[in-house]
Design a protein around this ligand. Structure first.
Ligand code: TRP
Length: 441
């Protein structure tokens, strides 16, 4: 079975080396597996929640798209698109909003963190909290559920959002599914074996710590100057360095073969100067980055090329999303009046029926029941069940006028001059109606 893997990147920044090692490289590798159907997208609607600088969002979307392609993403195999090119996603977001408890959103870590901060500062709890921030997890659920992704690789901070996506999917399935599950329940995939890449100061490499090494931006000069700023201890040339206590070593290891990193480790133990160690790291990174950077720069110089690839991606994504959103809209009652897709199945029409049974004395009898399950008459007894069956068959096939006789206020049901049942004349109309339904079939 192919599994659908989906992940998104919020478009507020320019990818750095930590993004490459922690997200881009593992995602591209995973997408190359034969049984994986990968969906990668730029979460540019999510960007508006965190950032009100239009230029920054615009530049970031382009840079992220170019970076992923330059790093080797196969846009033929992978569905690669921008969230804002898929109008079905905000449509689904609204439908999901309508099945999502406000209480569920109250528990979101990101929202609670804002409230806590406000309380600490003595401000109103919801100060500065937009509806975008508050309902961020619903938009993210729509991203995932729109394509019925099985697996969603994310950072640890996103695990709660995946749990919420599952809860929201369950609510929708339960409310509208009528025995059918519209949404697959997505599974979170936290990349355990991707070691956190340390930044210049040894803490996790992150824009918020301002300790990043750029991937492509600024070219090799910027790479070199960032590496020069890596913090080391004060051991001089010739003094043995402890590789296990050096984030420079950790950075080297993240991008080298086992042999390379073993040799480097030995050189540090043997007293390699920090300046030389930095040069070695630069050479290693530059060799890896240079061909990708060349592709990146070519793409950034031709925005039209990126755009064309993204439009192909959007079409691929929408070929799934468009029919699915129609199905979902129909399920909630927003169906196309000219289409029968998703219409409520016709209620099963209940009909009159014969019920035969064996009486206490061992003989066989039957009842005619009306559509509401009320008994219309009870037949006489037959010794042989086949006889009873033959009479039922006849009653289903003959015209009522030939079967029903009224005399002295009594109604008899007759077949071949035999009285099948005798009852009050007032029942005539109901019996005629019931018998007529058999012949209408
Ligand atoms: N919230 C994610 C992040 O900040 C980005 C994102 C948006 C995402 N929609 C998604 C990730 C859907 C996975 C699936 O990292």
């Amino acid at each position: 079975m192919t599994i659908r893997v989906l992940t998104g990147v919020t478009t507020t920044g320019i990818p750095h080396l930590g993004n490459y090692a922690g997200a881009i490289r593992p995602a591209i590798r995973a997408s190359q597996q034969a049984d994986v159907d990968a969906f990668f997208f730029m979460a540019d609607y999510h960007a508006l929640i965190k950032c009100d600088d239009p230029e920054r969002v615009a530049v970031s979307r382009r840079a992220i798209a170019a970076t992923w392609i330059a790093c080797g993403l196969d846009v033929e195999k992978v569905t690669f698109y921008r969230q804002s090119d898929i109008p079905e996603i905000p449509e689904l977001t609204w439908m999901l909003n309508c099945v999502t408890g406000k209480g569920l959103m109250n528990r979101a870590h990101a929202y609670k963190a804002s409230v806590d901060k406000n309380e600490l500062a003595g401000a109103e709890p919801d100060d500065g909290v937009t509806m975008g921030l508050f309902s961020y997890p619903v938009l993210m659920a729509a991203d995932i559920l729109m394509f019925n992704a099985h697996k969603v690789p994310v950072g640890r901070d996103q695990v709660q959002h995946l749990e919420m996506a599952r809860d929201i999917a369950k609510s929708f399935n339960h409310l509208y599914g009528r025995g059918k599950d519209f949404f697959v329940l997505p599974e979170v995939q936290v990349e355990e074996d991707v070691a956190l890449l340390p930044g210049l100061d040894g803490r996790k490499m992150s824009k918020s710590y301002d300790n990043t090494i750029p991937l492509f931006e600024g070219g090799r000069k910027a790479l070199k100057s960032a590496i020069a700023r890596i913090v080391t201890d004060s051991k001089g040339p010739g003094e043995a360095k402890n590789p296990d206590d050096s984030h420079l070593m950790a950075l080297y290891q993240a991008f080298s073969t086992r042999e390379q990193s073993q040799a480097f480790r030995q050189q540090l133990l043997d007293g390699l100067a920090w300046g030389e160690a930095k040069q070695a790291l630069y050479d290693l990174l530059e060799t890896m980055i240079a061909p990708m950077r060349e592709r990146y720069e070519a793409l950034m110089a031709r925005p039209q090329d990126i755009e064309e690839l993204l439009q192909v991606g959007a079409r691929k994504a929408r070929s799934y999303a468009t029919p699915f959103i129609h199905e979902l809209k129909a399920a909630v009652g927003l169906r196309d009046p000219l289409s029968t897709a998703g219409a409520k199945p016709e209620a099963k029409v209940r009909k009159a029926r014969f019920v035969n049974f064996r009486d206490e004395d061992g003989s066989f009898r039957f009842r005619l029941m009306d559509a509401d399950g009320q008994e219309l008459f009870l037949s006489r007894s037959y010794a042989d069940p086949k006889q009873a069956g033959a009479v039922i068959k006849a009653l289903q096939g003959e015209a009522a006028a030939d079967l029903l006789r009224v005399q002295d206020g009594r109604l008899t049901v007759q077949w071949q001059d035999q009285v099948v049942a005798e009852l009050d004349a007032g029942a005539r109309e109901a019996i005629e109606q019931a018998l007529a339904t058999f012949r209408d079939e």
